[in-house]
Design a binder for this molecule. Structure first.
Ligand code: SF4
Length: 406
């Protein structure tokens, strides 16, 4: 006698719960997002959106990004719903947070220039830093974490090639990435003899096979010279090449306090030298450094805008990583941290005076909660970005590079 299949064994039920059975954390997170949160959000036509998201969001079908972007343009209420969800910090929502971000950042530049899905692969190539190895100092910059702002991959004995391959696989699976920029991020990525630098950069490119479009090299302004620039520029035109200089502030008193061990003059010389080569320049600044007011920060930005020699600006919010020099000072209550609302106001003040052609490569800081001492609000990246967007709207400002958020 044939028995009727029970509910639990029906193909439909199996299909519905199969994300849970996949054991893929990302798929499970997205499944939970769709199943648990979306039904609680009151949106017009929510049934349709719910269904579309179930199919596309859970199953990672290509074209998902375009659809979500379109939906966000068309349905502001849905955008708000999404950003509301972000604050729950589900790890699987990284996809959506990235979508929100790509509208006006370096991603936007990649999109307009290459018209395909381009992602950065972050590399820890095992460099050190003259500000840590005793050449300039041993303490490092007081906000620097023990991994030199990197991901600590090299100390886990993961080779450069492996890092590139692993990242590629991950980005392809999660975001449907097509091409990549190598981002040499941790410590000082020009702090080695030229032959060694070439060996390291070549390893990164080899790991990416034919999928690398460019390289980004993060460094200090006092760790560059003509010889190194010639090497870096030699990757052009086959690859687009960027150097990212940490400046943080134009106020020497601040640079001394945070133990940068270089001057504004070092930065200006590095930029002038770099400008002789086909290398794009990004500059990194920090908003909220101890004893700096909003006026100090704006002076730094006005200086960069007036100087007008860089292609991109990275704005980083100050946070205190565990194990940094700042941690002790913070516990001794030696300075105040910037509040989130003040940070948002400051960033929009900055954006208000940015030239249209300058790329905003970063709008806030990011750190893992296990490595963070304070402030907690830096963990709420989407809340910060939403706040910036709202403030932009309040002030009647539009995003540059042809992509406003309205
Ligand atoms: S220069 Fe960079 S790597 Fe070196 S101590 Fe400062 S932040 Fe850290």
């Amino acid at each position: 006698m044939r028995t009727r299949p029970g509910y639990a064994t029906s193909p439909f039920f199996k299909l519905m719960i199969s994300p849970l059975l996949s054991r893929d954390k990302f798929v499970i997170d997205r499944f939970l997002f769709v199943m648990v949160y979306l039904p609680k959000v009151k949106i017009k036509n929510s049934g349709h959106i719910y269904l579309i998201y179930y199919i596309l969001f859970v199953w990672d079908v290509s074209g998902m990004l375009e659809l979500i972007e379109l939906t966000m343009y068309l349905k502001e209420s849905f955008l708000l719903a999404l950003t509301g969800v972000f604050q729950f910090n589900f790890s699987g929502l990284c996809t959506a947070s990235r979508i929100f971000f790509l509208m006006y950042t370096l991603k936007n530049y990649f999109q307009s220039k290459f018209n395909i899905s381009v992602y950065k692969i972050t590399i820890d190539a095992g460099f050190t830093c003259p500000n840590r190895d005793g050449t300039k100092s041993t303490g490092g910059c007081i906000y620097c974490d023990p991994y030199g702002s990197g991901n600590g991959q090299f100390s886990k004995c993961i080779s450069i090639e492996e890092q590139v391959e692993n990242n590629k696989r991950f980005l392809k699976k999660r975001y449907n990435a097509e091409k990549y920029f190598l981002y040499f991020q941790a410590f000082t990525n020009t702090y080695a003899p030229v032959e060694k630098l070439k060996e390291i950069y070549d390893k990164g490119i080899a790991g990416g096979k034919d999928d690398i479009l460019g390289i980004i090299i993060g460094t200090r302004p006092d760790c560059i010279d003509e010889e190194k620039l010639k090497l870096i520029a030699s990757y052009y035109p086959e690859y687009e090449v960027w150097i990212e200089y940490g400046l943080q502030s134009i106020h020497q008193k601040t640079l001394d306090f945070i133990n940068r061990q270089h001057s504004v003059d070092d930065y200006l010389k590095a930029v002038e030298l770099t400008r002789k080569y086909p290398v794009k320049i990004a500059t990194h600044i920090i908003a909220g450094l101890p004893y700096e007011t909003r006026d100090h920060i704006m002076e730094t930005v006005r200086f960069l805008v007036k100087h007008n020699k860089i292609d991109a600006l990275k704005i980083h919010s100050l946070y205190i990583p565990k194990g940094s020099g700042l941690e002790k000072l913070y516990h001794q209550k030696k300075f105040d941290l910037m509040a989130m609302q003040e940070y948002i106001q400051t960033v929009v003040d900055i954006l208000e005076i940015m030239p249209e052609n300058m790329i905003i490569a970063r709008l806030t800081g990011e750190i893992d909660k296990h490595h963070l001492v304070a402030p907690d609000w830096v963990l709420k990246k989407q809340k910060v970005l939403t706040g910036i967007n709202e403030e932009m709207k309040n002030r009647g400002l539009k995003w540059g590079l042809g992509s406003d958020l309205d």
